[in-house]
Design a protein around this ligand. Structure first.
Ligand code: COI
Length: 357
């Protein structure tokens, strides 16, 4: 039996976006959010669905100073029959607890998090877009709330879930992006927090992202933090290359995010009989293979980005263009299959979808 969820309903619902084709990403928020507190000795208490609104926080809250927090990203999709689905949501809550562990945050019952999300989505079901390509982005997150400037593990936390009707993550939609291989700054090292989904990893990426944008590139591809020789992941995506007839992606080495779309790409490609290899990929190998014409396509994967083709990468002064800068056939096939599953238009032979309504 789950604890009862308190409910406080918004008095005046907001106006829904007029044009779902122009939503952008993470700019509009729904009427309600979920909130639950952790107090040492009592556990996770006060689960509540309440009106979306600002938090009242003490300026000395630990999250504001030391960044003890974690988050997740997932989506709710509208099916042709009008119902709402999630995609492998159990994996997000499993990963949230992995991130919690790395940040010293208490574990949360994964089945309760899913139950609470379903209850929130039932309240907000009219906010799930009906337009093709748009979905309701779900952002669960946890912040440390102790009022204290000492550097230690907090004794109190807030777990929250906010919802944002969203379109494509990249403004150009599914069109290929260009990526800058970062050889000065690093994002993560083994033993650090690279495989946790925590705000600090993203904070560490922002300057490099800003500089890459200044050079005309959309995102940064990170190299390993020790030798700066091996590729790891892109700002908001895991990364894949088709080298010869093999789909290749960096192995989960402790500093790469355990992407759920990454895992789904690997499992789906294997299901289709495609050879997949998770291994160390040296940037030198990539450049050599690219110049020899052995890389037929490249793409990123992520909840927000879905499957995002990569048209070009730049490393120092060497540029590689994949598939003439156009979306490759495997990226397109994976995009069609994953979005087909998510939006309830494709046969779910692997049992990945979860029906909310
Ligand atoms: C996601 O893909 O859901 C992410 O969390 C990546 C990014 C938007 C931070």
């Amino acid at each position: 039996m789950f604890p009862e969820i308190n409910r406080i309903y918004a008095l005046e619902p907001k106006e829904k976006p007029q044009d779902e084709g122009k939503l952008g990403f993470g700019q509009v928020f729904t009427d309600h959010m979920f909130e639950m507190d952790y107090v040492s000795g009592k556990g996770w208490i006060n689960p509540t669905i309440k009106p979306y609104g600002p938090l009242l926080m003490d300026p000395s809250c630990m999250i504001l100073h030391y960044g003890q927090g974690v988050f997740e990203g997932m989506k709710a999709y509208r099916r042709p029959d009008g119902g709402i689905s999630l995609f492998r949501p159990q994996l997000n809550f499993e990963r949230l607890n992995l991130s919690n562990h790395r940040l010293g945050i208490p574990q949360i019952d994964e089945t309760f998090m899913l139950h609470a999300l379903v209850e929130l989505l039932k309240v907000e079901q009219d906010w799930v877009p009906h337009t093709e390509g748009a979905s309701l982005y779900i952002r669960p997150f946890i912040i440390a709330t102790d009022v204290h400037l000492g550097v230690h593990v907090s004794k109190t936390y807030k777990y929250m879930v906010i919802l944002s009707p969203s379109g494509a993550y990249y403004s150009q939609g599914m069109a290929p992006v260009n990526i800058y291989i970062e050889d000065e700054y690093i994002r993560a090292v083994r033993g650090g927090t690279g495989e946790a989904k925590c705000p600090g990893n993203y904070a560490a990426s922002l300057l490099a992202q800003l500089e890459a944008e200044g050079k005309g590139y959309v995102q940064v591809l990170w190299l390993d933090g020790i030798e700066k020789k091996y590729i790891e992941e892109v700002g908001s995506m895991n990364v894949f290359f088709v080298i010869d007839d093999e789909l290749v992606t960096p192995a989960l080495n402790g500093s790469v995010l355990h992407g759920i779309t990454r895992r789904s790409v690997i499992e789906m490609a294997q299901h289709w009989g495609i050879k997949v290899s998770e291994r160390r990929i040296a940037v030198a190998e990539l450049i050599e293979a690219g110049k020899a014409g052995r890389i037929s396509e490249a793409f990123g994967s992520g909840t927000a980005a879905v499957i995002s083709p990569i048209g070009e990468i730049l490393y120092e002064d060497q540029s590689l263009v994949f598939n003439n800068g156009e979306t490759g056939p495997l990226a397109q096939r994976l995009y069609d299959k994953l979005t087909g599953l998510q939006f309830g238009k494709s046969e779910d032979e692997l049992g990945w979808t979860y029906q909310v309504t």
